[in-house]
Design a protein around this ligand. Structure first.
Ligand SMILES: [Zn+2]
Ligand SMILES: [Zn+2]
Length: 396
């Protein structure tokens, strides 16, 4: 009998720790050996001694935290490569979340766990698509435990095709050609995905960037993701940006920085824009439901495809997901990992660069309310209604 993953993959204060391998996945504190799923700051933190990750994630870490912070020893692991550490086989598979994002496949003594990090199934022209772990016998789906996030694990969260959301932005630009369209988007992943989606939709003009977004866009281009003409959104040029698209961090679109633009139409690209109230409290005129996380349907579909009899949930709306899994005979376990989900889409209160978001009073309460209703399906129905109304409102 192979050992159950519970006996060799444990939750510690540092994070999910593989005992025989002596490494921790996405540790929240400095450790000797870290395996990093992707470059978002809640997963990739500075100060580890040895870091194992995809070459892209290592490059992102160096760009964000400097050569010293990204790990004394940085070991890239390529697609298809298998590394052995303390008898544990380690492989990485694309997670489809941001450039370089990976799932960690661990095999030890005939027992297999897949730690997916953050992931999505929607198409993303800036990164490799999510791959379902192949079974040891050859087909698809084969692990004893699948470790998943649950950021949007409520039936209310169904992300529309991102192309539709980008079409809304272009439609607004056609309707209001005098106004600057400023769209809040997270610096790593969302920003570059939005740019690529705009290019695919035929927007060829320069896209103007807030200074905080420039360096990661440059890095994406260096790593082989062309973004087309980009220009700075400098203060002096703001009045001249009529009819232009300006991208900025979510906090900046709500403060004085954005108000100096020419009659700005304020947009925000986030999975949370599905909740109409969030868009309203953030003063977002043009909510774009574009998320780099799996929605409710994709979370459940993915879990079915990987075929694990047991699923561990790292963070997010674990209660709703565990409940839904139980109904299908899958054992669910909430890990309650701390420190995850604090960056993308939902910045932490008090973060220096996210002051405007910190002022939003009801984020937590709203999510909790939705969670309470979500399990019973009431929120799903209510959400659909709200969303239908939202769509009617937006289309005018
Ligand atoms: Zn992430
Ligand atoms: Zn995350």
């Amino acid at each position: 009998m192979p050992p159950h993953p519970e006996t060799w993959l444990r939750v510690t204060p540092q994070g999910l720790h593989c005992e025989p391998g002596g490494f921790t996945i996405d540790p929240v504190r400095p450790v000797e050996r870290a395996v990093i799923t992707h470059g978002h700051a809640d997963h990739a933190r500075p100060g580890h001694d040895a870091v194992l990750a995809t070459p892209e994630t290592l490059a992102i870490m160096r760009a964000r935290m400097g050569e010293a912070g990204a790990g004394r020893v940085q070991q890239p692991i390529l697609p298809g490569e298998v590394l052995r550490q303390g008898g544990v086989e380690i492989r990485l598979l694309p997670a489809g979340h941001v450039l370089g994002s990976a799932q960690v496949v661990l095999d030890w003594q005939g027992s297999r766990a897949v730690v997916s990090g953050d992931y999505k199934r929607q198409r993303d022209p800036t990164c490799a698509p999510f791959e379902v772990v192949p079974s040891r016998g050859g087909g698809l789906g084969g692990c004893d435990v699948f470790v998943t996030e649950a950021t949007f694990a409520l039936p209310v969260f169904r992300h529309p095709p991102p192309e539709e959301e980008v079409a809304k932005l272009l439609k607004s630009l056609a309707l209001f050609p005098e106004r600057t369209h400023v769209v809040g988007c997270y610096a790593l992943g969302k920003c570059q995905r939005l740019i690529r989606l705009l290019r695919e939709a035929g927007w060829e003009a320069p896209i103007h960037l807030h200074g905080a977004l420039v360096s990661l866009c440059r890095l994406y281009e260096e790593l082989g993701v062309p973004l087309g003409p980009l220009a700075p959104a400098t203060v002096a040029a703001k009045a001249a940006l009529r009819g232009a698209i300006v991208l900025a961090p979510p906090s900046a679109v709500q403060d004085r920085w954005a108000r100096r633009l020419a009659e700005p139409v304020v947009g925000l690209a986030s999975g949370w824009m599905r909740v109409r109230q969030r868009a309203r409290t953030r003063g977002v005129e043009l909510p774009l439901v574009i998320s780099d996380h799996a929605d409710w349907d994709d979370l459940n579909r993915t879990i079915d495809e990987v075929g694990a009899p047991e699923v561990w949930v790292t963070h997010g709306r674990d209660d709703a997901l565990v409940h839904a899994l139980a109904q299908r005979g899958i054992r669910g376990r909430a890990l309650h990992l701390v420190g995850l989900g604090e960056e993308e889409d939902d910045p932490p209160p008090g973060a220096a660069s996210e002051g405007a978001n910190a002022a939003v009073p009801d984020d937590g309460g709203e999510a909790a309310t939705a969670a309470a209703h979500g399990v019973g399906g009431a929120a799903a129905r209510r959400g659909e209604t709200e969303d239908a109304a939202a769509r009617r409102g937006e289309s005018t």
